[in-house]
Design a protein around this ligand. Structure first.
Ligand SMILES: O=C(O)CCC(=O)C(=O)O
Length: 322
C-alpha cells in the first residue's frame, strides 16, 4: 500500500532502567529495546528443552488451517494439548498427528489457572521455565499484572488489537514482524471491540476499508533477545517470520481501581471508559426517538461536542502534524 505512511519503530540499544524511565516510557510510543538482559532463556530454550521442562501441563491453543488467523470468520478452533507435544508441533511445518490438516498452524497465548478469573503468570503455570526468563525491571513490581507465553508456528499472524495495560513483548526465539498503529488512528482501523476488522494489513480491501490508508503504520522486526515496548491502547499485529517463542509482561499503568476486576486478559476497557461507552449507547437510543434527518444532525453535533471536549489538544496536534 504505497499511499500509507510508514514509520520504523525506533530502536534503543543498551537500555537500562534509567534510560527506559527517562527517555522511552514518557513518550508513550512503541520502542524496540536491545541489550536488555532477559536471562538464560535466550540460550536454553530449544524446542526439546521447552518440551521437557514444560512437560505434560495441558494448554489450550488456537489451531488454524491457514496461518492468518481471522477472528471475523473464526477460521480457527481451540484445542488442548500437553505443552511438550504442542511445542513440537508448533515448531514443525508438517504434522503426523493433527486436528484439521497436516500443515495446520498453532498459536498459544497462555492462560491463568482458572482462565476466566486469573491472569497468566509463568511462575505459576510454568515454574520450571519461569526462572529462565528475567522480567526487565522497568516498572514497579507492585504494578505487575501478567506474564504470558506467546508461541507461534512459522507464518502465524495475529490480528490487530489493543490491550489496556502497558506491555513489554520479549522475543526469545525466532524473528517476528510487528506492525503497530497509534490509538489516535482508531477511527481508521474499522474496530470491532478491541480488534480491527482489517485482517490483511499488507493489501487490504480498500473498497471495504477506504480510510485504512490514513492509519500511520509503525513497523519493526524483532530478533531473538529484543523487547518491544507496546504502550497501552497501541494497536499491534504480529507475524511470526519463524517458529517463535515470546513472553509478554503486562503491568498496570493506571491506579488499580481503574481496571475491571474480572479481566484476566488485560484487555477490558477501564471502568470509566466502559461507563462512558454505555452512556453513549444510552444517548444513541435517545436519538432514535427523532426522525432520521434530526437524528443525523444531532449525532453530528454530539461528535463535535466530543471532539472539542475530550480530544487532547496535544494529541490532536500530533495527528494533524503527522
Ligand atoms: O507476540 C504475539 O504473538 C502477540 C503479542 C501480543 O498480542 C501482546 O503482547 O499483547
Amino acid at each position: 500500500m504505497e499511499n500509507q505512511e510508514k514509520v520504523d519503530v525506533p530502536v534503543f540499544s543498551a537500555v537500562d532502567q534509567e534510560l527506559f524511565e527517562k527517555d522511552i516510557y514518557p513518550l508513550r510510543k512503541p520502542a524496540v529495546l536491545k541489550g536488555v538482559p532477559l536471562g538464560p532463556c535466550l540460550e536454553k530454550w530449544t524446542v526439546d528443552y521447552l518440551a521437557v521442562k514444560g512437560g505434560e501441563r495441558e494448554v489450550k491453543i488456537h489451531v488454524s488451517s491457514v496461518p492468518q488467523m481471522d477472528f471475523l470468520h473464526k477460521n480457527f478452533v481451540y484445542r488442548t494439548l500437553p505443552f511438550g507435544e504442542f511445542v513440537h508441533r508448533a515448531a514443525a511445518a508438517e504434522h503426523q498427528e493433527f486436528f484439521i490438516s497436516k500443515d495446520e498452524s498453532y498459536y498459544l497465548r497462555s492462560l491463568g489457572e482458572d482462565a476466566r478469573k486469573e491472569p497468566a503468570d509463568l511462575k505459576k503455570q510454568f515454574p520450571e521455565l519461569a526462572n529462565d526468563f528475567h522480567i526487565p525491571p522497568f516498572f514497579d513490581p507492585k504494578q505487575f499484572f501478567s506474564s504470558v507465553f506467546r508461541i507461534s508456528s512459522p507464518g502465524l499472524q495475529l490480528w490487530t488489537h489493543y490491550d489496556v495495560m502497558d506491555n513489554l513483548l520479549a522475543q526469545v526465539t525466532g524473528r517476528k514482524r510487528v506492525v503497530l498503529y497509534s490509538p489516535q488512528d482508531a477511527l481508521h482501523l474499522y474496530l470491532s471491540g478491541d480488534k480491527s476488522e482489517v485482517l490483511d494489513i499488507d493489501s487490504p480491501d480498500l473498497e471495504q476499508y477506504p480510510d485504512f490508508v490514513k492509519a500511520r503504520r509503525y513497523e519493526c522486526v524483532l530478533q531473538p533477545g529484543d523487547l518491544l515496548f507496546i504502550p497501552a491502547l497501541w494497536f499491534h499485529n504480529t507475524l511470526a517470520l519463524q517458529f517463535g517463542v515470546g513472553i509478554n509482561v503486562f503491568w498496570r499503568n493506571l491506579p488499580v481501581e481503574s481496571y475491571d476486576k474480572k479481566d484476566p486478559y488485560g484487555n477490558k476497557d477501564p471502568l470509566a471508559a466502559l461507563r462512558a461507552l454505555q452512556a453513549v449507547d444510552r444517548a444513541l437510543a435517545t436519538l432514535d426517538e427523532l426522525p432520521d434527518d434530526f437524528r443525523d444532525f444531532y449525532a453530528r453535533r454530539m461528535v463535535l461536542r466530543i471532539q472539542s471536549r475530550a480530544y487532547a489538544s496535544q494529541l490532536a496536534e500530533t495527528v494533524q502534524g503527522k
